[in-house]
Design a protein around this ligand. Structure first.
Ligand SMILES: Nc1ncnc2c1[nH]c(=O)n2[C@H]1C[C@H](O)[C@@H](COP(=O)(O)OP(=O)(O)OP(=O)(O)O)O1
Length: 184
């Protein structure tokens, strides 16, 4: 799978309320940092992990990280799921999130996957402490601010694409959600 998010550029160009930094950074064509995120969803509960160190420490999130050189996005998602939660799963594309920051030059492109089942037993690792949450009890107060916006799509099994502008790395300043592309 290749990264293909020109829709994000169009989305900020057509949104009159998009912050200038988001428009400029997405239009500049700067190479995007590719990341993955996997949320196991058994139909009633999601498996999240409490991030123990590094970027986003203290937040609950799915399992994922940066795509390494030479890896496909799905290979990276599988590797991070194994490294962070000690499981493997048949992954399904769930959506794409583009993050643009006023204080970082490079936009991020996060490819989100779900799986309804998995192989192995979720276990705590150096990076994450896995925990199940029912769909009605997802701990949004202890998650990234954008999660509250796109989790409903994920829980409805509805493919999503979103662009999120952050100030000072973590403060959500603006967002837009787009309809699925015709081929998704
Ligand atoms: N805003 C927001 N919402 C939801 N999810 C995320 C964000 N920002 C994020 O970074 N993420 C996700 C995307 C990734 O799954 C992780 C961050 O990956 P990170 O731990 O930095 O990547 P690793 O490759 O594991 O890093 P190292 O620890 O190996 O350096 O959070």
């Amino acid at each position: 799978m290749q990264s293909d998010t020109d829709w994000a550029v169009e989305a900020v160009q057509h949104a009159s309320s998009a912050p200038d930094f988001a428009i400029q950074k997405l239009l500049s064509g700067t190479h995007r940092k590719l990341l993955t995120l996997v949320v196991i969803n058994d139909g009633a509960r999601v498996l999240l992990g409490l991030k123990k160190r590094g970027f986003g420490a203290g937040f609950y999130n799915g399992f994922g990280g940066k795509v390494d050189p030479g890896e496909t996005i799905e290979e990276a998602a599988q590797r991070e799921l194994q490294e962070e939660a000690c499981i493997t799963a048949e992954l399904k594309d769930a959506g794409v999130l583009v993050f643009v920051f006023d204080d970082q030059p490079q936009p991020w492109e996060v490819h989100v996957f779900t799986a309804s089942s998995y192989v192995g037993e979720p276990a705590e690792t150096d990076e994450m402490r896995p925990q199940w949450f029912t769909h009605t009890d997802v701990p949004f107060d202890s998650m990234w601010a954008d999660d509250l916006i796109w989790y409903p799509y994920l829980l409805r099994h509805e493919y999503f694409r979103g662009v999120f502008a952050f100030r000072q790395t973590t403060k959500l300043a603006w967002h837009t959600m787009l309809p699925p592309s015709p081929d998704s």
